[in-house]
Design a protein around this ligand. Structure first.
Ligand SMILES: *Cc1c(COP(=O)(O)O)cnc(C)c1O
Length: 345
């Protein structure tokens, strides 16, 4: 490391995203990408915005996108903030709410980017363990007196979800913003948007990367009280979303029939994959997401390596104090069949 870095940056490990192999031929079941293409309306909308329009800067707050998202969720456009992927919004939230020494709380095992974002701020990450049945006691969450709390719901890597009532109880026990990261909500039954009305500290985060098959476009948004959105706008980059992703993202949100079709297929394949893994002796909690979390089988690292040698990528995940596990993205039926054929016994 160069000696110029701030001490706390020098000490950080940094976030390691899932592998994105540059040579083709892999079946990728490691980063929860959607196996189906995005709605054809996305490409049409982007094609319509190419050319002269690109000469100008994008709309700094994405007014047209906000209106579409607001209509979808039955809220005011002033309650929507778009980001360059939901990771951008997570960065904005952490910068806005957590300073050096402040506690940032989130469950474990969960999305490991929360730790990285807290560390960049010089804040103190505090991990709240899930119970054995993937529940969270509200009092345990409030105990470290956080300045900011994150909960991925449905959670990664478990795929499990807390009820909106549970999240409401946690929000009520907290004296800080509670970010409910709904990256996988399109595959679930329930969502937390309704909580924003009763709990001014709830901020719901959405992405178009998973359900809408647009991980490469980079668009996410959040839903929060207008006064929260106003404050966050001060923290974001002026032009954090480009013209093409705003236009393409709006088209994707407007095609709810297409979303319903692809998510129904993924849910059906998910049940089949979970059943097959349980039949092979793995423990697989009921998933509400587009992946399944498998523990308790043969040594996970060996299985991961054997699959990789056969050009199938899954995510090997290790959390302190937990057994290694494999997080397997729900692919197409053909991809899942190939995976099950190649899975070592
Ligand atoms: C994938 C994922 C994100 C990131 O989504 P982007 O919009 O692609 O940045 C955020 N949170 C969780 C829990 C995720 O799994």
């Amino acid at each position: 490391m160069s000696r110029y870095f701030l001490d706390h940056i020098d000490r950080m490990a940094g976030y390691a995203p899932g592998e994105q192999p540059l040579d083709g031929g892999f079946i990728k079941l490691n980063t929860n990408e959607n196996p189906y293409p995005p709605s054809p309306r996305v490409a049409e909308a982007i094609a319509g915005a190419l050319g002269e329009r690109l000469r100008r800067y994008p709309d700094p707050v994405g007014t047209a996108f906000r209106k579409v998202a607001a209509r979808l969720h039955g809220v005011e456009p002033g309650m929507i903030l778009a980001g360059n992927g939901s990771d951008d919004l997570l960065t904005i939230l952490t910068r806005a709410f957590a300073g050096p020494g402040d506690v940032v709380a989130y469950p474990t095992p969960s999305y490991i980017l929360y730790r990285t974002l807290a560390e960049i701020q010089g804040a103190r990450p505090v991990e709240v363990p899930f119970s054995a049945d993937w529940d969270l006691e509200p009092s345990r969450f409030a105990d470290p007196r956080p300045r900011l709390a994150f909960i991925a719901n449905p959670n990664s890597p478990s795929g499990t979800a807390l009820s909106a009532a549970r999240l409401g109880a946690i929000a009520g026990a907290l004296d800080c913003p509670l970010v409910v990261d709904e990256a996988y909500v399109n595959f679930a039954e329930d969502d937390a948007v309704g909580l924003v009305a009763d709990h001014p500290n709830v901020i719901v985060l959405r992405t178009l990367s998973k359900g809408y098959s647009l991980a490469g476009l980079r668009l996410g948004y959040l839903i929060a009280r207008p006064e929260v959105v106003e404050g966050l706008i001060k923290v974001k980059d002026s032009y954090n979303c480009d013209t093409l992703s705003l236009v393409g993202g709006a088209a994707a949100l407007e095609d709810q029939d297409y979303l319903a079709g692809t998510t129904a297929k993924i849910r059906a394949t998910r049940s089949r994959l979970a059943r097959a893994m349980r039949d092979r002796g793995y423990q697989v909690p009921e998933s509400r997401a587009n992946f399944v979390w498998c523990t308790g089988g043969p040594p996970a690292r060996e299985t991961y390596e054997a699959l990789k040698a056969r050009k199938i990528l899954v995510r090997l995940m290790r959390y302190p104090g937990q057994p290694d596990g494999l997080r397997i993205t729900v692919g197409t039926d053909e991809e899942v069949d190939r995976f099950l054929e190649e899975l070592p016994a």
